[in-house]
Every structure is written in C-alpha cells, then in structure tokens.
Design a protein around this ligand. Structure first.
Ligand code: HSE
Length: 395
C-alpha cells in the first residue's frame, strides 16, 4: 500500500482525498494501492471527516518514511515550491495542479526528481481533467507536434459564451460569474489572459523540451470585448473565444488573444466553462481534446491519475519535461493572419482598400472589415495610417 499526503485542503485538495477514497478499490485492481495518510493545511476544519489526517507541520509528512507520493494542491510558488523541493529531495514523488509553480520552477523540480529517482508530474496544471500532458508525452510521442491552439481558460469561456448567447455586457456577465463562483473575486489572471498564458507556456515547454516563459508571450485578455463585437461576429458566422496558441512550424511563435472562430471550427462548440484544445501533429493531423478544464473532481482526477503513475512506477522517474534552457520565441509581429477591424463609416472605404478587405459589414455609424492575410507588423503599420479605427480582433 502506498501512503499519500495531500498538501492543501482547498477545493482541489479535498477533491483528491475524495477521488482516492471513492476509487481506491478500482485503482488497486488496476495496479496501484493508495491511501491518504496526511493532509497538510494550516487551517482547522472542525467536524471534517478527514480531520484526523490533518497536520500543520510539513516535516511530519516529510519525515515519515511511509509517504511515497505527495499531491500538491496548495497553489502559489513560495511554500509550494519549498515543500515540493524538500519532498523530491527525499525521493517522494510530487503530483501537482499548480500551474504557477510548474511554469516558474518546473524544470528545476523535474531535474531534482530525476536525481532522486522519483517524479514531478503536473497533468492537472493545464486543462484541469483533460489529459493533455499525458497525451503529449505518451500518445503523441511518435509525432512532431507543430501547433497547439485552444481554449484553456474556463472562466473567460463562460463569460464569452454568456455574452454571445444572452447579448449581455462584459461587466454584467463577470459579476454574475463571480456570484456563481465561476470567476474569482479578483478575476485579473483569468480575464487578462495570464492563466491561459501560463498554460500555453507549459505546453510549449513540454513540446519543445526548453523553457518557455509566460512573460515572453504576447497576451491580450477579454476585457475590451463588447456586445457590438459579438453582433459583428454573428453576422460573420463566428463566435469570439480567448485562444492560447503556440506554433512550431519555424521556431516557436506563441500568443494569447481573443479571436473570431468560424462556425466550422470544433472550438466554436466549446461553450461555458469547458476547455477545448486542438493539437496538430505530423502523422495524426488534428486531434481535439475537450472537457472540464477546472473544478474540484475533474482537476483532482488528473492529480490522482498522476499519483497512480508514481505508485505503479515507484523508484523511477515517469513523464517528460523540459530543461532550464530558455526557448527564444519568434517575433510576434511575424505571425500571419486575418484581422477583423471596426472603423467609423467616414473612414471605412479607405480602411477596406488599404487592408485588402475581403468582407465589409455596414452598421449605422461604423463598419466591420475582415482584412486580407498579412503579418501583424504589416497590419499594425497600415493601422497607424488609418483614421477612425475603433478596434481590431484577430481571426
Ligand atoms: N481559473 C482557471 C479557469 C481555473 O478558469 O480555467 C483552472 O486553471
């Protein structure tokens, strides 16, 4: 029997305990006998059925030779880093949902795990319960992945879906999402695209084998998207989604931004809090991954699946990661695409001409144009010379 400790008894941590308790027999029949011995949290949980397992001192866990796996669901990159490092140095595998820590210190923690014949696994850090990391590491291991393109943040997808379907404004939907518990009290990381950016940085690091820093990726959130944008999007047969992408066709390009998504894209059907990711690889072509990218049990399931791997392959490192060598990203100005531009009617004809517009939609006071394919640099240069531009959104 493998004894497991859970660091952090919040939403995901309590989910980990629940998943192991509920499915322990099933997992035993599949090759890993696991039991939660400790839960680390500085808070008290009077009356909680697991209160006998609660400890406040991490050393109680780290000094117990029976513990072979830690599930780290604390979040943050300070205590979680310190405790994960100490556990790995003792040969205790760590499985985490903590994208902040994986993005910032993943390479170092994986190297420590390797040195101590254990593992640092992070399936739950990207796409919640959707098995993206394991798919990239295992199922697609004979493939050259050239593009990852998808919706990696449930909060923003919920907000954009509501705006699209109900015609509601951003502020109103955000408030409702906060009331329902879908959005955090401080929603900055989600609505500004930072959360999706960290996730695509992790995936890009995994694919390239080198470290991609989230701060190197140009990121735009959804706070500027308004109901008028959705009105144009509908007329174009599109929805608007926050897309995180990386492309490895020549070097690596990456970006997080809202995009117009055409009706024939499978991502158009990814609604509400769900995530959806398209991976293009050289042999398989496109494959689509869809599911709950957040939530207690979905995320906990991915953490426990990692713990299962660690127990089954005890004494060896499983998974694959990246080194500390930084991957230099391509100039984002070189990325090519079409752009949707809103411009006042007085300047619409000139804008359509200069942007080689393929489509023009006239509204009362303004028009929406779809540009020809061009690089971001070319596009922005043309934009500088235009008057009356209200905004643009990438296709
Ligand atoms: N805030 C994140 C989301 C949680 O909305 O997708 C999961 O990482």
């Amino acid at each position: 029997m493998a004894e497991v400790a859970v660091f952090g008894y919040g939403t995901v941590g309590s989910g980990v305990v629940e998943v192991i308790d509920k499915n322990a027999e099933l997992m035993k029949s599949r090759g890993a006998d696991m039991h939660v011995k400790y839960v680390l949290d500085i808070r008290d949980f009077p009356g909680d059925p697991n209160s006998s397992k609660l400890v406040k001192d991490v050393d109680v866990i780290l000094n117990d030779p029976e513990i072979s796996v830690v599930c780290e669901t604390m979040g943050g990159a300070t205590f979680a880093y310190e405790y994960s490092k100490k556990a790995l140095e003792k040969g205790i595998s760590v499985c985490t949902s903590n994208k902040e820590l994986v993005e910032a210190k993943g390479a170092e923690l994986m190297a420590i795990a390797r040195e101590h014949s254990c593992s640092y696994l992070f399936e739950a850090s990207v796409g919640g319960g959707i098995p993206l990391i394991r798919t990239i590491n295992d199922a697609l291991t004979a493939e050259r992945i050239d593009r990852i393109y998808g919706i990696l943040n449930g909060t923003t997808n919920y907000i954009l879906t509501k705006m699209d379907e109900d015609g509601a404004g951003f502020d109103e939907v955000l408030k409702e999402a906060q009331e329902k518990g879908y959005a955090e009290k401080d929603p900055t990381a989600d609505i500004e695209g930072h959360d999706a950016c960290r996730k695509i940085a992790i995936l890009a690091s995994l694919v390239s084998g080198k470290k991609v820093s989230w701060t190197d990726i140009e990121t735009e959130g959804i706070t500027n998207i308004d109901t008028e944008d959705f009105s144009y999007a509908k007329e174009l047969g599109c929805s608007i989604k926050l897309i995180a992408m990386c492309d490895f066709n020549e070097g690596c390009s990456a970006r997080v931004s809202p995009r117009l998504i055409t009706a024939d894209s499978p991502l158009n059907c990814v609604k509400g809090v769900f995530n959806g990711v398209l991976i293009h690889s050289d042999m398989l072509d496109d494959s689509l991954y869809y599911g709950r990218g957040a939530g207690k049990l979905a995320t906990a399931s991915a953490v426990v699946a990692d713990a299962f791997e660690c127990v089954r392959f005890a004494g060896q490192e499983v998974g694959r990661g990246w080194t500390d060598e930084a991957l230099k990203l391509n100039d984002p100005g070189d990325m090519k695409g079409r752009f949707f531009v809103r411009v006042d009617n007085a300047n619409a004809d000139e804008a359509a001409d200069k942007l080689g517009a393929e489509k023009v939609i006239k509204h009362d006071k303004e028009s929406g144009l779809v540009s020809a394919v061009m690089s971001e640099t070319e596009f922005k240069k043309i934009l500088e010379g235009l008057a009356g531009v209200i905004k643009f959104i990438r296709f």
